[in-house]
Design a protein around this ligand. Structure first.
Ligand SMILES: NC(=O)c1ccc[n+]([C@@H]2O[C@H](COP(=O)([O-])OP(=O)(O)OC[C@H]3O[C@@H](n4cnc5c(N)ncnc54)[C@H](O)[C@@H]3O)[C@@H](O)[C@H]2O)c1
Length: 456
């Protein structure tokens, strides 16, 4: 099918590449000319495992442009995947969505077009988009006849494993009040739903994986599913972090506790890793938006609010623990392992490392950070932050008074800690991700404090 994607960020690019790989004719549209130039050369502007490989495999069916006419003319399905970042009041900024909808109204020309909201948008946005498209379409006042329907198709990918999340999804959720739109989207996703495509060698199909659930609903339910899913995941993390704090007090080990409860199939073991808490572009923004929507209807959302409060406390606790340990932060050198909010991505939005580094700098510390893939982006996006960038993980330990483990890259577990210890001024690691091996630290003579465990 002729498909257009508006917004070529983490979601739009992954979606476009995956759909092109499945055999659709995809044109990705973005307002960022530099990004589009890079994409035309086959270079991904984001770090996402296997994205370059899949782009290459799909290149026959994939185009990139800044020209809305080229992208939208003749498109049968148009995905909106623009950003919806938080405004100070918690509501999402819908200005990008608005301008995308207006472009659609100006340029569509196919007889029947399905407009799909993939951006995470407040409940009711589908109707709003429809009215924006309609107004822009009418304003054209030209003799063309396009019918269009708006659908919602929320995205559940996780950065770092976005492509496999897309090709081997748990479910595809599609909401629309018109069966015609649902039918078109079922057809679009058919190779994925039935897993009839040949799996790329670098992203093999998980064993026994045969089909993807296709869930259809009305527009509002699909929009709410996205917020409810993210709020639930966020609160699962905050719940285990609350229990982790109690664990520290009573001398329990949160990792045993999490395993013990996670083996209950009603609970499940995922999203029960205690630590600094969540970051990234979605959980903070989407929980804020959910609370804000509740407020609009006179409804308080205390569980979602508590999840946010606990998450904020986790970051503050890292600083508290560090102050307890070092007493004085002024003039100290603190190393940070991991800058992005999770491993295998260079996405720095709402990364705990930024907040921690800013607070430490504010208190007079010198902060040195390292991340295997996010440093180039950090130098660009965190230019306001007085952060020194280390050449490798090793150098973070040099003369350090403390090292904080902030992002759980597997390679950080494998460092030669006896060597690293020799470089440190004060042999102390604060593990915010429960990754460090207690014995290895003991052998290296490093004092280790892990969130959720009593100190050793
Ligand atoms: N990143 C994730 O993990 C994730 C997961 C699920 C859902 N979402 C949601 O998907 C949406 C997109 O998120 P993202 O992380 O991909 O954002 P992003 O910021 O990485 O990408 C957005 C892109 O849209 C482009 N853009 C903005 N206005 C445009 C316009 N009028 N026309 C063309 N292009 C335009 C920007 O230049 C940018 O490249 C958000 O609503 C987000 O909440 C994100």
């Amino acid at each position: 099918m002729k498909t257009a994607i508006i917004g070529t960020g983490y979601v739009g690019l992954t979606t476009g590449v995956a759909l092109a790989f499945l055999g659709h004719e995809v044109t990705c549209l973005d307002v960022d000319a530099h990004k589009v130039e890079e994409l035309k050369k086959g270079k991904s502007p984001i770090y996402e495992p296997h994205l370059d490989d899949l782009m290459k495999a799909a290149s026959q069916n994939l185009r990139f442009t800044v020209d809305p006419v080229e992208a939208l003319k003749n498109a049968e399905v148009i995905f909106i995947a623009v950003g919806t970042p938080s405004l100070p009041d918690g509501n999402p900024n819908l200005s990008y969505l608005k301008s995308a909808a207006q472009s659609i109204g100006h340029y569509i020309s196919s007889p029947f077009v399905v407009i799909v909201n993939k951006s995470t948008v407040p409940i009711g946005s589908g109707n709003w988009v429809e009215s924006l498209v309609r107004d822009a379409y009418r304003a054209q006042n030209v003799d063309k006849k396009s019918e269009f329907v708006v659908a919602s198709n929320p995205e559940f990918l996780r950065e770092g494993s976005a492509l496999s999340d897309m090709l081997y999804a748990d479910r595809v959720v599609v909401g629309s009040d018109e069966t015609r739109a649902l039918d078109v989207l079922r057809k679009l996703y058919q190779p994925l739903l039935e897993q009839t495509f040949e799996a790329p060698s670098f992203l093999p199909r998980p064993e026994g994986f045969r089909a993807v659930h296709f869930l259809t609903s009305d527009l509002q339910s699909a929009e709410l599913i996205k917020y409810a899913a993210n709020a639930f995941l966020a609160l699962k993390i905050s719940f285990i972090n609350e229990i982790a704090e109690l664990s520290e007090k009573v001398g329990a080990d949160i990792h045993h506790v999490a395993r013990g409860i996670g083996l209950d199939s009603r609970i499940g073991n995922r999203f029960l890793q205690a630590g600094i808490g969540w970051g990234g572009s979605c959980f903070g923004k989407d929980t804020a938006a959910l609370i804000s929507t509740g407020k609009e209807y006179g409804l308080s959302m205390p569980i979602t609010q508590a999840a946010r409060d606990v998450n904020a406390r986790q970051r503050a606790r890292m600083i508290e623990i560090l102050m307890n340990e070092l007493k004085i932060l002024k003039g100290r050198k603190i190393g940070i392992l991991g800058l992005a909010f999770k491993p295998f991505t260079d996405d720095l939005r709402d990364a705990p490392a930024y907040e921690l580094a800013s607070k430490l700098v504010e208190r007079g510390a010198k902060v040195v950070g390292y991340d295997p893939v996010a440093m180039t982006r950090a130098k660009r996006e965190w230019s306001d932050l007085e952060l020194e960038y280390a050449e490798n993980a090793h150098s973070v330990f040099s003369e350090a008074d403390a090292v904080l483990l902030v992002t759980e890259w597997p390679e950080f577990k494998m460092l030669p800690y006896s060597e690293c210890a020799k470089l440190m001024k004060n042999k102390f690691i604060l593990d915010g991700r429960g990754q460090m091996d207690k014995e290895a630290m003991k052998n290296a003579g490093i004092k280790l404090i892990t969130l959720g465990k009593s100190s050793t």
